[in-house]
Design a protein around this ligand. Structure first.
Ligand code: FAD
Ligand code: FES
Length: 241
């Protein structure tokens, strides 16, 4: 039994993205779409930071993080062998068991939870669509199982996605990306009457449903992204389209 979570790898992958692998025995039953609340340093940062689970291999959990602020910058200095504290798999995760053909649409580090999904969905037909600003942002191609279509552009080409969806008729689309991109993906899904699940991102404090800090409007009223989500059916959350 592992008593403390231990950093095994903390490596730079691209311009501003790092890959963190932590030894921990609390994640074996995690679902793609769930996340961890990572304590960067309790003496400096009161709040934990949420990160999607990108993969589980026995007692190792893998995370990809983008350096955006003080906490993630601090995290880059952590070395293998150091202890770190992860709050167990949180949130609901994607519901993809009954789908056979799945489109995964991601932008930036939003591809991390989709990577976990592709690794779990070994017997399903997966087509990944990734958006990036530069070719360097598409390093994900080497990590995914299944077909991979990358777009280097400032604006994700939703018309191309729609064309692929018409041709291939997936029975589910899962997306994790900046909200503006997920709204576009949800519109494509709605046009073609394909179920679509979106992983919402909100700043989080507790991460376990206690502070209301991450509440959003849904067709069912206010819901907490950390506890009721982060994954929702697109029509529950993008109902004003
Ligand atoms: C469910 C969930 C899963 C996530 N998964 C990942 C992941 O796999 N990889 C990854 O790199 N990031 C992920 N994030 C975002 C990540 O939590 C933030 O980037 C991180 O907390 C920033 O910490 P910081 O101290 O470096 O930035 P801060 O100094 O706290 O903030 C720097 C800047 O980032 C913005 N920011 C901070 N947190 C968020 C947030 N949650 N949403 C939008 N903007 C934010 C701030 O407004 C500010 O402009 C996820 C967020 C959520 C809610
Ligand atoms: S972060 Fe506290 S309720 Fe969601």
């Amino acid at each position: 039994m592992i008593l403390r979570d231990l950093i095994l790898i903390n490596e730079k992958i691209s311009r501003d993205i790092y890959r963190l692998v932590v030894e921990s025995d609390s994640f074996q039953n995690s679902k793609p779409g769930q996340f961890v609340q990572l304590q960067i340093d309790p003496e400096i940062f009161t709040l934990r930071r949420p990160f999607g689970i990108a993969g589980i291999d026995e007692n190792r959990v893998e995370i990809f993080y983008r350096v955006v602020g003080r906490g993630t910058k601090f995290l880059t200095n952590k070395k293998s062998g150091e202890e770190i504290d992860l709050l167990k798999p949180l949130g609901n995760g994607f519901n993809f068991d009954s789908a056979e053909k799945i489109f995964l649409v991601g932008g930036g580090v939003g591809l991390a939870p989709l990577l976990f999904l592709s690794r779990k969905a070994v017997n399903k037909k997966i087509h990944v669509f990734a958006g990036g600003r530069t070719q360097d942002d598409l390093f994900w191609k080497d990590l995914f199982n299944g077909e991979f279509t990358g777009f280097v552009s400032d604006r994700f080409p939703f018309d191309e996605l729609e064309k692929f969806a018409r041709d291939e008729s997936p029975d589910l689309i899962c997306t994790c990306a900046p909200e503006i991109m997920m709204r576009g993906v949800a519109r494509v899904a709605k046009n073609l009457k394909i179920p679509c699940q979106v992983s919402m991102e909100k700043r989080m404090a507790c991460g376990v449903g206690a502070c209301l800090g991450c509440s959003i409007d849904t067709i069912h009223g206010r819901r907490k992204v950390c506890k009721d989500g982060p994954v929702f059916n697109s029509e529950e959350v993008f109902f004003d389209e």
